[in-house]
Design a protein around this ligand. Sequence first.
Ligand code: NAP
Ligand code: ZN
Ligand code: ZN
Length: 348
Amino acid sequence: MNATKAYAAQAATTPLAPFNFERRDPGPKDVQIEIMYCGVCHSDIHQVRDEWGGSIYPMVPGHEIVGRVTQVGDQVKKFKAGDIAGVGCFVDSCRTCSNCQAGLEQYCDNGMVATYNGREKVTNQPTYGGYSTQIVVDEQYTLTISPKLALEGVAPLLCAGITTYSPLRHVGVGKGHTVGVLGLGGLGHMAVKFAAAFGAEVTMLSTSRSKEADARKLGAHHFVLTSDAQAMKKVENHFDFILNTVSAQHEYATYLNLLRTNGTMIVVGVPPAPSAVPAFNLIMKRRSIIGSLIGGIKETQEMLDYCAEHNIVSDVEVIRVQDINQAYERMIKGDVRYRFVIDIASLK
Ligand code: NAP
Ligand code: ZN
Ligand code: ZN
């Protein structure tokens, strides 16, 4: 067994604090990774604080993991010691259902195994995530990372990147489309980068006036302060797509009105409480709402390769693990530019 240092929440109401546990020894198909960076996703906060229900404690969060391979099992083909590897939001799935077979492991009919706050298939032991010094993962659920890009900026691609890339590709966003990105945080800033890279005309829809200059630097062509009624009026019936990344309570109805005929709101943000969807806001312009969960392994690799080719990384603020509780408080206030990433060297 492998002694591992981590930060964990012991309960929904306690701050994260040092925690030690053991990882399994790598099996024949496993890759052991010494973690270098782990991004901080708003889903970490939702789960640490049990805002979605069913949280398992102690909880070691973290599903935006990049590190160096230290050891591989004898059947591993894709990795060797010294390679850079990544792990995203899940570490296993049934591998046999139609979704798994189609490369949509995130929608596994038998339930994917989340990187943390999940349970391992065979042992039923809780999974522990990337706020830790090392992780052991089946190579089939491990991603290849190009050493070309700054690795602290690559880590958030494993969740914030794929969660925005996948639905934008699924609906075919490209030239000639108007896209609104709602919420400029970790997911939002990646959504702006991807939508702009795919050729769409991008509008940032934000509650924070102070983020306008950044939104434009990230690639947004327009900025709308959502509390400005006049500016909102101007973009009524305007967008082909709105990618909704908001983490807190908000009214879908307000933003549905910004969609033109046949427009689609793509929901990726997961506020703890539901929002009402008035029928009129849908029927008057044949609008739709779809949801999307992260992305499968194949598409995650495609996204990572796309980012390496197009020089796309996340804009990050690197923090020490000891500052994680403060980082959570800043994220809740919308004060993150635009992803906190833990330098795991601070844990050693
Ligand atoms: P984040 O970095 O904290 O960003 C959320 C942004 O939402 C904030 O920066 C803020 O942007 C906006 N916002 C916050 N409170 C708001 C409010 N009351 N009304 C309107 N806008 C508000 O969070 P994240 O890591 O990007 O995650 C966003 C959400 O996506 C979370 O709920 C997370 O759990 C979820 N998520 C889903 C998936 C998936 O697979 N579907 C994957 C990862 C994360 P402005 O300052 O610009 O308004
Ligand atoms: Zn996430
Ligand atoms: Zn499956």
